[in-house]
Design a protein around this ligand. Structure first.
Ligand SMILES: Cc1cc2nc3c(=O)[nH]c(=O)nc-3n(C[C@H](O)[C@H](O)[C@H](O)COP(=O)(O)O)c2cc1C
Length: 203
């Protein structure tokens, strides 16, 4: 028999602390993430809710130097185009931000939504097909929190060309890029988002 767990005040407090200290990480230490831990985190990610129980998340590891260089090149193009759209002080501030850990992060994951999946038999998606992609975002959040609980940082990079990342990952045509995740042990911890600390956006 499965006995449902009862969560106490101490756990709830720790969970709130985990959420408050989660952070998007762009500065990583070089030590590797143990493969068994990464597997565990991906297993926890797969416990996430999904529309119709479609479980549409697909995760590709990007390990080879050549493929990582191609991702960095995509970021450089997108970031230059983004910078060009700001002016004055906002442009100067944007130029100072570190918006990825693509050179340092020991683990890099391209996370896709499998828009061709038959799982779930379309349940919940007839009027809101975008819920398939939302399911992947929910799973990423779960991965993010589980990682932080183990002291592992995650940085979500979206300043990329999705078709180019799909090409680099060798993804099938039905897979749509949802996130490119940098994963590794963070150089620092903070209860305040980096973009707030850098003065980009209010707290
Ligand atoms: C969908 C999504 C895309 C993001 N893309 C980037 C990105 O390309 N570069 C970056 O530095 N941060 C990115 N972030 C991280 C946000 O900037 C960060 O979550 C926000 O500033 C709040 O900081 P916190 O996550 O540390 O609380 C992204 C976050 C989300 C949810």
């Amino acid at each position: 028999m499965n006995t449902p767990p009862v969560f106490g005040d101490a756990f709830r407090e720790e969970l709130a602390t985990l959420m408050a200290w989660r952070r998007d990480v762009r500065r990583f230490r070089s030590e590797p993430v143990p493969p068994a831990l990464l597997d565990e985190l991906l297993g926890l990610m797969a416990l996430s809710p999904s529309v119709g129980h479609a479980q549409p998340w697909r995760v590709s590891r990007i390990d080879e130097a050549e493929r990582r260089a191609a991702v960095q090149a995509s970021f450089a193009r997108c970031n230059a185009a983004a910078l060009a759209e700001y002016e004055g002080e906002r442009a100067a501030l944007y130029a100072r931000l570190k918006l990825e850990g693509l050179r340092e992060a020991p683990v890099q994951l391209a996370v896709f939504c499998d828009e061709g999946t038959a799982r779930g038999h379309g349940l919940g998606r007839r009027t809101m097909p975008e819920t398939l992609a939302y399911s992947v975002v929910a799973a990423i959040t779960q991965f993010w929190l589980a990682a932080r609980a183990h002291g592992v940082g995650v940085g979500w990079v979206s300043i990329l060309e999705p078709e180019e990342i799909a090409r680099i990952a060798g993804a099938p045509p039905d897979w749509r890029l949802i996130a490119y995740l940098c994963v590794g042990y963070p150089q620092e911890a903070s209860a305040v988002p980096e973009l707030v600390r850098e003065g980009w956006e209010g707290g």
